[in-house]
Design a protein around this ligand. Structure first.
Ligand code: NAG
Ligand code: NAG
Length: 158
């Protein structure tokens, strides 16, 4: 986006937020709406080197999966992908002009086609890790509102 439109976007976000004193629950919904219309959508998390994990928001002791390809699949199509770093962390940014937050949450999944055996040779070569998505709130960075999405947890799917 050009700086001028960024400024406009932040102005609109500011006006919407300031102009709408609302209950906490409603703010959550409004935040999602603003994120999907005027800000970026960011999907990030950690891919654990495990058969299953309840959440990938982890802080320390779980083995991680470096150099894993993480694909964002929507309706069976790969729409974006990233690779985890040495700490198993990945990040995918989506253009809100092409993606609606609620659609991403409802129709997309994260899929890791890299075999689990490549992070731990005791783990299976077959299958892919898969996770649903969860919205965890908006953050404002400079002039941008970012809708944050994390994996609900990766599980090996045959
Ligand atoms: C993070 O680590 C602390 C202890 O260091 C633990 O109590 C907490 O449950 C951990 N959080 C997660 C999300 O694993
Ligand atoms: C590799 O996976 C096996 C089986 O789950 C586990 O027992 C072992 O601790 C893992 N090794 C590492 C280095 O994580």
């Amino acid at each position: 986006m050009a700086p001028k439109s960024l400024f406009l976007v932040s102005l609109i976000v500011g006006v919407l937020v300031v102009g709408a004193p609302m209950a906490q629950a409603q703010l959550g919904g409004l935040g999602g709406l603003i994120g999907s219309l005027l800000g970026l959508i960011r999907i990030n998390g950690i891919v654990p080197c495990l058969l299953s994990s309840t959440t990938s928001l982890i802080n320390g002791t779980i083995p991680v999966f470096p150099n894993a390809v993480v694909q964002l699949k929507c309706g069976g199509n790969v729409v974006s992908s990233a690779t985890t770093n040495q700490n198993g962390v990945f990040s995918i940014l989506l253009d809100p002009l092409q993606f609606i937050l609620s659609t991403v949450l409802n129709t997309c999944q994260l899929v890791v086609p890299t075999p689990l055996s490549s992070c731990n040779s005791s783990l299976p070569i077959a299958g892919v890790l898969q996770s649903a998505l969860q919205f965890v709130g908006n953050t404002v960075q400079g002039l941008l509102s970012i809708a944050n999405i994390v994996p609900t947890g990766f599980n090996l799917i045959g």
